[in-house]
Design a protein. Structure first.
Length: 255
C-alpha cells in the first residue's frame, strides 16, 4: 500500500473502456505516491494509459478498481460534485491544447477559474505575481490568437495556478512547442516546485521533457513498469534507452 502521508497517491488503479464488444484495459493495478513539492514525470508511448491516469488523478474519471488519495483521504470515492469542488480548489490542470477561450484576454482567461468557483475577491496580488513569474506581464490585454505557442502554454499554466492549488497536473505540456519552448516550460514547472512549493505531475511521451523531473514513472500497456529517481539517468538519451528496454517485453507479450 502507498503511504498516505504523500500529497497524492494511487493504490491499485484499474480502468477499462468498451470498444464495441471488446473490453480494453487502459490501466491495470497502478500504484505510486507523489511527495509534496516534487516534479514527477509520467512517461509512456501512445496507448500506454498515461492520459487515462491523469484524468483519474484529476477526478475527471472514476477508477473501476483501486483508489486515489489526497493527503490520505479517498478522493475517488466522492460524489461527482464533491470531486469537482476539490479539483477546482486543490488541483490545477494544464491542457495540452491550452483550452484558452478565444474571445477573452489573457488576464480574463487567468481569472476565469476564480469566477467559476465564485472565489472571494482579493486575489489580484497573487494573480499578478504568477503572471509576472511566468513572464506574461506585458501580454495581459492580448487575445490567445495574438500570443505565441509558448505564451499560450504559459497562460494555461497561469490559469491552472489561479486558485493556488497544491497540485498541478499537466497533459503533454510541451506537445505543441519546439525544443526551446519545451525547455522553457519544463524549467518553469521545476521552479514552481522549488520556489512556490507546488507539486507537479506531468505526462509526456518525450524523454527530453521527462528528464527535467525529479522522478519518472514509466507506463506500458496500462501497467507501471518502473518508478525511479531521475538521478538514475544521465541524460534524455539514457532515459529513452531504459524505457525501450522495459517496453520490449511488453511489446512481445511477456510479463
Amino acid at each position: 500500500m502507498v503511504q498516505a502521508t504523500m500529497v497524492m497517491a494511487a493504490e491499485g488503479l484499474g480502468k477499462a473502456f468498451r470498444q464495441g464488444e471488446e473490453r480494453i484495459a487502459a490501466l491495470d493495478g497502478v500504484s505510486f505516491g507523489v511527495e509534496r513539492g516534487t516534479f514527477t514525470a509520467v512517461m509512456g508511448a501512445s496507448g500506454s494509459g498515461k492520459t487515462t491516469l491523469l484524468n483519474l488523478l484529476a477526478g475527471l474519471l472514476k477508477p473501476d478498481a483501486g483508489r486515489i488519495l489526497l493527503d490520505g483521504d479517498d478522493f475517488s470515492s466522492l460524489k461527482d460534485s464533491e470531486r469537482a469542488r476539490l479539483r477546482r480548489r486543490r488541483i490545477g490542470f494544464v491542457f495540452q491544447d491550452y483550452n484558452l477561450l478565444p474571445n477573452l484576454t489573457l488576464a480574463e482567461n487567468v481569472r476565469l477559474p476564480r469566477l467559476l468557483d465564485e472565489a472571494p475577491e482579493g486575489a489580484e496580488g497573487w494573480l499578478a505575481e504568477i503572471v509576472e513569474f511566468l513572464g506574461l506581464g506585458g501580454r495581459l490585454k492580448h487575445l490567445p490568437s495574438q500570443l505565441s505557442g509558448g505564451e499560450r502554454q504559459r497562460a494555461a499554466i497561469a490559469r491552472a495556478l489561479a486558485m493556488k492549488p497544491e497540485i498541478v497536473l499537466a497533459d503533454e505540456p510541451t506537445g505543441n512547442l519546439d525544443l526551446r519552448g519545451s525547455t522553457h516550460v519544463c524549467e518553469l514547472l521545476r521552479r514552481l516546485c522549488r520556489e512556490r512549493g507546488c507539486t507537479v505531475l506531468a505526462v509526456t511521451h518525450a524523454p527530453h521533457v521527462a528528464i527535467h523531473a525529479d522522478r519518472v514513472l514509466m507506463l506500458g500497456d496500462g501497467r507501471l513498469l518502473a518508478d525511479r529517481p531521475m538521478s538514475d539517468f544521465g541524460d534524455a538519451e539514457q532515459l529513452a534507452i531504459a524505457y525501450q528496454r522495459l517496453l520490449a517485453p511488453v511489446a512481445e507479450g511477456r510479463p
